[in-house]
Design a protein around this ligand. Structure first.
Ligand code: 3H9
Length: 724
């Protein structure tokens, strides 16, 4: 037995349930099985048990080969991310890997499902690897701002070469078993039952007299040259905009040309640095925020919900068509209902052309597209809704029209089934009252394009029942969207913060002296994919104006409030689609070109309001837009429209382009420090007037020397102990 691992004294058999790792001997095969649901994360318990199992195998005279497999669908999702915030205890993953490499008998990893991060790194340290044909293998650490820290940057280049390794680590995207085989990452691809195949594979290795084959002993990796690095970075430039982890990854992969012991030390230091980086803290925050957003107060986590096989969507416009495709993509049958045959025909054309473009881009096969198209049928008869498991109303944004449709749906759909209304502005509570069963009504705020957007705002009316919310959360999961539950108020979470905070401030800056291109460039530099004026031009200024008209029926806003965008709409400058908006566009072009007419319009609107324009620097532009966003975010929280600050972060990173690597506006506020945020808001309050009053929640957190993160943790603790 090697001495790298200090074993726990109690070496009781590792087959007693409910252990996270079990060990048994099947003839000459020592079979180690990891069973740590839901994703076989390699936490301390697993590492301890793996060490024990390896020791048992080493000490058994019968064992000629060791096989590591996993229970469940995932080989392993890697290190336990929850452990990163505390001191890691031995045995570390690196110690385990060193122990595996030094085993006197060969060790084989049999990979089912996903082998990610530390999970793949564990397999890389095994002497042989077998993957099921459906398996996928990857090092996605970069998506969490982490450099693989358990030998991934040292062993992977030794196995498949530095350039392919860099590509895998920088992209973060898992590869298939077949690709892994062709790259030399796995030895065999298995079909059928993996355990059986793996045991046969092991027995064959024993028969062949195969020896341990430590990856660390392979020749040092080939070196990366600058053109390879540039090619890999270039291929992922969009995803890596404003990011820093890739630079650390390159340094670590370069170290694979050193002797293994030195390279692994370099990797450890770099990985440690990455873990402590603000980028990683932010990305890990968002990882858990996205998974936490479906845990909702008053809704049991494992609430039952109906099976959803058949969906009815009323309204065959852009939204209804997109939602229909979203459900068809998720394997559900959809009936799209519209009383206008022409609208149904147009919708059918859009569905066909959308899938055709997916085929052209290599995203789906013709066969898949055909299956999805076949799942969507059209009808002009609302009574066919009665067979649906849920109904979604997606007609024109008009209160009376929607009330009529909801009332009709209520009369044909059996009373326990969910009725959702797709609205971005209207009161869900009021719409629910148009039915005899308001408890089963809620809002599903889809974003454009509904079949591809990531965020789904679930809007809870005053009467929406917990069961209804649970069903909507299930729907989000089916559609692979990130759900965030919002209260029923002006603009819900996202649009409220956009209109009252971020976009409002951007327009205010134009009136005070900035140009559209300056505001956009400053915010794009901050990390937004697109600045606010370019976003308006892309979506259509008329769309924003219509939304605001609807919203003003709930609450009005003082002038100046989008005077410029609304004036552009009046002038027919609707954005890209009319070739003119905040910018001008050449025929068929997408490049936003400055337009002197817009400059003159801004000057006129400013002077009508007595605003004296002067130059504003980029730093102020970013600070004011982001502080305004944070401040309205705090209001949304104190009003209970959003339940958690992390939910606000999810809305803004998954639906509104806030840079994910900054963690969302509320996390970013914590990064800046609440005291600093409050002080800067007060600075603008003195200079610019009462709009800039700090939100009550910001003042409270400042007094308590607290943070939004802390506030969330307190609420979570209170949720866990109801009644206290
Ligand atoms: C790493 O390995 C570092 C090493 O290089 C160095 C170490 C020294 N840890 O996403 P889901 C939880 S870094 C802890 O909803 P899905 C998740 O929070 C790691 N928990 O399911 C959720 O919990 P809850 C590199 C984890 O089927 C539950 O599992 N690995 C971890 O849609 C289900 O997750 C990665 O970056 C984890 N590693 O997707 C992979 N992973 O039910 C990160 C998941 O309480 N994970 N959980 O909310 C994923 O990408 C997805 O979770 C996965 C499953 C694709 C695996």
């Amino acid at each position: 037995m090697n001495t790298l691992l200090t074993l726990p004294e109690n070496k009781s058999t590792v087959s007693d349930p409910p252990k996270a790792v079990t060990y048994e001997e099947l003839g000459s095969v020592g079979l180690i099985r990891i069973d740590n649901p839901p994703v076989n994360a390699l936490n301390q318990e697993v590492r301890n048990r793996l060490a024990e199992a390896l020791a048992q195998a080493t000490n058994s005279p019968r064992v000629k080969i060791v096989l590591i497999i996993s229970g469940g669908k995932t080989f392993s999702a890697g290190a336990d991310l929850k452990e990163f915030d505390r001191e890691m205890t031995d045995p570390s993953l690196q110690q385990l890997q060193a122990a595996i490499e030094m085993m006197p008998v060969p060790v084989v990893a049999a990979i089912c499902g996903l082998a990610l991060g530390g999970g793949l790194e564990l397999a890389l340290a095994c002497h042989y690897r077998l993957a099921h044909e459906d398996a996928r293998l990857g090092l996605p650490e970069i998506t969490l701002g982490i450099v693989p820290g358990a030998g991934g940057t040292q062993r992977l280049p030794r196995l498949i070469g530095s350039r392919p390794a860099l590509e895998m680590i920088v992209s973060g995207t898992p590869i298939t078993a077949a690709e892994a085989k062709s790259k030399g990452l796995v030895d065999e691809v298995a079909e059928g039952d993996l355990r059986d195949s793996a045991i046969k594979f092991c027995e064959q290795l024993v028969r062949d007299g195969s020896k341990p084959r430590p990856t660390r002993d392979l020749a040092a990796a080939d070196s990366l040259d600058e053109s390879m690095i540039a090619a890999v970075l270039g291929a992922h430039a969009r995803a890596l905009k404003s990011r820093t982890t890739q630079r650390l990854v390159i340094d670590a992969v370069k170290a694979a040309t050193l002797p293994f012991a030195q390279g692994i030390e370099v990797e450890a230091a770099i990985a440690k640095k990455s873990l402590a980086s603000p980028e990683s803290l932010a990305l890990r925050h968002i990882f858990f925020a996205e998974r936490g957003s479906s845990k909702v107060e008053g809704v049991p986590e494992h609430a039952t919900h109906p099976d959803i096989g058949q969906v009815a969507i009323v309204g065959a416009g852009t939204m209804g068509t997109g939602i229909a495709m979203a459900f068809a993509d998720a394997g559900r049958s959809v009936t799209l209902i519209d009383n206008d045959e022409t609208a149904l025909a147009r919708s059918k054309d859009i569905i066909r052309s959308t899938y055709a473009s997916g085929i052209k881009r290599g995203r789906i096969s013709q066969e898949t597209a055909d299956e999805r198209i076949a799942r969507i049928s059209g009808s002009t008869d609302l009574s066919c809704v009665s067979a649906a498991d849920i109904a979604i109303e997606a007609v024109f944004e008009d209160m009376d029209l929607k009330k009529r449709v909801l009332s009709q749906l209520d009369s044909v759909l059996p009373p326990q089934r969910l009725i959702a209304t797709n609205t971005s502005t209207l009161s869900i509570t009021e719409l629910g009252h148009a039915t005899a069963h308001p408890r089963r009504v809620l809002g599903l705020h889809f974003f454009v394009p509904a079949q591809a957007s990531k965020l789904l705002e679930i809007v809870r009316g005053k009467e929406s029942s917990p069961d209804t919310v649970a069903t909507a959360l299930h729907v989000a999961k089916l559609l692979r969207k990130v759900p965030v539950v919002s209260g029923d108020a002006f603009g819900f979470i996202g649009n409220r913060m956009m209109l009252d905070g971020y976009f409002r401030e951007a327009e205010q800056l134009l009136l005070e002296g900035a140009s559209p291109q300056q505001v956009d460039a400053a915010l794009e530099q901050f990390g937004f994919a697109m600045g606010p004026q370019r976003v308006s031009d892309l979506g259509g200024n008329d769309v924003g104006t219509k939304v605001r008209i609807q919203l003003y029926q709930r609450e009005s806003r003082p002038d100046p409030y989008f005077v410029l965008a609304d004036r552009l709409t009046e002038l027919g400058r609707l954005g890209q689609k009319t070739g003119r908006g905040f910018y001008r566009y050449e025929q068929g072009g997408r490049d936003a070109l400055p337009d002197p007419d817009v400059d003159r319009l801004i000057e006129k609107l400013a002077s009508q309001r007595g605003i004296v324009r002067s130059s504003i620097d980029d730093k102020e532009i970013v600070e004011r837009c982001i502080l305004a966003l944070i401040n309205v975010g705090a209001v949304v929280l104190e009003e209970g429209i959003a339940f958690r600050a992390s939910d606000v972060d999810v809305v803004w990173t998954s639906g509104y382009g806030f840079p994910r690597h900054l963690g969302g506006p509320m996390f970013y506020a914590d990064t800046l420090g609440i005291g600093h945020v409050a002080a800067r808001i007060r600075h603008y309050q003195r200079r610019l007037g009462p709009y800039w009053r700090p939100a009550g929640l910001i003042e409270k957190l400042e007094r308590e020397n607290s943070s939004f993160g802390q506030w969330d943790r307190q609420r979570k603790a209170a949720m866990a102990k109801p009644g206290e």
